[in-house]
Design a protein around this ligand. Structure first.
Ligand SMILES: Cc1cc2nc3c(=O)[nH]c(=O)nc-3n(C[C@H](O)[C@H](O)[C@H](O)COP(=O)(O)O)c2cc1C
Length: 437
């Protein structure tokens, strides 16, 4: 008898291939997307539903509200969205103009907001987005005061979940004349965005910045502060102290257009672990539900939406799932993915600009493949399904509004999830670290 070949779980095929690739090229691996390894996530929580001790609502007859108001703390014009699911900031440059337009169209049909990104605001998205959040980023690429006044809210980006502490990348092949013009950069040259704002060194400067932005916009627009999940308890508290109307916490599973693989997989805090500390910071400051919390990073379906809200978020934001809804990684493009050395479901070379779906590209021929009107409808359909799924779960838990979902509606499937969320392990009333347990 012979022993079957035994691959190592440590030196698995990916680890071996990466060592070989690194040795052959001498450069680190860059890719798009979020974490690919298994880590604690929303799948590790489930809802209990209702039976005797809880009373469910009737699916097709009893209302389950979905609206959310963002930014009422200080802004004269807070934002009201029909659904608590927004489109996350994704840069023009990373995405084609057609993709930005489709996101705006879809968000508008669904009654929600979309967000600009590194590189500034395009006419396509401003023109087709009823509610547009304008990102104010460390790089300041594409930033101008006129656009600050044309948006509906401002999001100061401190960091992103995929790379807290890291800056962005846009490789030369995607820097066309138009992208370069908007960023005041030469075309065709690799660009690296700053990892921190040029004019501040800490949270006190954030307070000054927020006031400056409020003055420019006559205190009309809500000001969001976006942080990559890292130390959410302290970061959320500091953002609230600095005057934020809304705080966005983007977990480690969050997507990026282009970052080092080693960064994506090894830096940050899983989304699941970031929500409770963020909520606790708001609660301790008496600001929960007054300063809204938006959570992002790995939201794929209505259950994820419902779980984030039950943990205390006011809304969620989606990036990667929106791109997939637009057609990214579609099996219909399998032949083209094969030519790029990958397969549908695994395509992540978004930085290369050769996306056969026409989404993460600046190649005019490829970009033309994406019909923004059809794309907008797909986004609207997807947002509608996410909402209906979350409502189905909320009704089963007896809730007449998605915001009435609460931690008590769920149990944890793993010890890790229980420890991270303080939601008891299924079948027990215990979680690791429970006081007195
Ligand atoms: C293609 C792409 C481009 C992105 N560009 C930006 C950006 O310009 N600014 C930013 O704050 N975040 C950016 N992000 C991160 C998203 O705003 C968001 O935090 C993340 O996608 C949420 O996680 P999800 O992709 O799992 O939904 C980008 C993400 C993707 C996928």
């Amino acid at each position: 008898m012979t022993t079957p070949p035994r691959p190592s779980p440590i030196y698995d095929q990916y680890a071996i291939a990466e060592i070989q690739r690194a040795a052959a090229t001498g450069i680190y691996d860059i890719r798009g997307g979020g974490t690919k390894r298994r880590m604690p996530h929303f799948d590790d929580l489930i809802f209990l539903g209702a039976s005797m001790s809880r009373y469910p609502l009737e699916g097709y007859r009893e209302r389950c509200g979905t609206d959310v108001v963002l930014g009422a703390r200080h802004a004269k014009k807070p934002i009201t969205l029909k659904i608590p699911i927004t489109i996350a900031g994704m840069s023009f440059g990373a995405l084609s103009g057609q993709a930005k337009e489709a996101l705006g169209r879809g968000a508008t049909i669904a009654g929600t907001s979309t967000t600009t990104g590194d590189g500034g605001m395009t006419e396509e998205e401003r023109g087709h987005s009823q509610t547009l959040v304008y990102q104010y980023l460390p790089s300041r690429y594409g930033m101008n005061p006129r656009d600050l006044r044309r948006c509906d809210a401002i999001e100061i980006v401190i960091g992103q979940g995929a790379k807290p502490g890291g800056g962005g990348m846009l490789l030369g092949q995607k820097i066309t004349e138009r992208v370069a013009g908007m960023r005041n950069l030469p075309a065709g040259i690799d660009q690296r965005s700053a990892c921190r704002h040029p004019d501040w060194t800490g949270p006190d400067d954030l307070e000054i910045k927020i006031e400056e932005l409020r003055e420019i916009t006559d205190w009309q627009k809500p000001i969001y502060v976006k942080v990559g999940a890292s130390r959410p308890y302290y970061d959320v508290a500091l953002a609230v102290k600095a005057g934020a109307d809304v705080v966005v916490v983007d977990g480690m599973q969050g997507g990026t257009a282009a970052t080092q693989d080693v960064f994506i997989e090894n830096v940050g805090l899983p989304t699941l672990a970031a929500i409770r500390p963020a909520v606790r910071a708001l609660q301790e400051l008496g600001m929960h539900r007054k300063v809204q919390l938006i959570v992002s990073g790995g939201i794929r379906n209505g259950a994820d939406v419902a779980k984030a809200l039950a943990l205390g978020a006011d809304a969620v934001s989606i990036g990667t799932a929106a791109l997939i809804a637009l057609g990214d990684n579609s099996p219909a493009l399998e032949d083209e993915y094969r030519k790029l050395g990958t397969t549908a479901g695994a395509y992540d070379d978004w930085h290369e600009g050769r996306d056969p779906a026409g989404i993460t590209t600046q190649d005019p021929e490829l970009a033309r493949r994406l019909d923004p009107i059809l794309g907008g409808r797909r986004i609207a359909n997807f947002l509608s399904v996410l909402t209906m799924e979350a409502q189905a779960i909320a009704r089963a838990c007896g809730k007449s509004h998605l915001h009435n979902l609460e931690p008590e509606d769920m149990v944890s499937l793993t010890m890790e999830a229980a420890a991270m969320t303080q939601i008891p392990l299924a079948g027990t009333n215990w979680y690791p670290g429970k006081p007195g347990a």
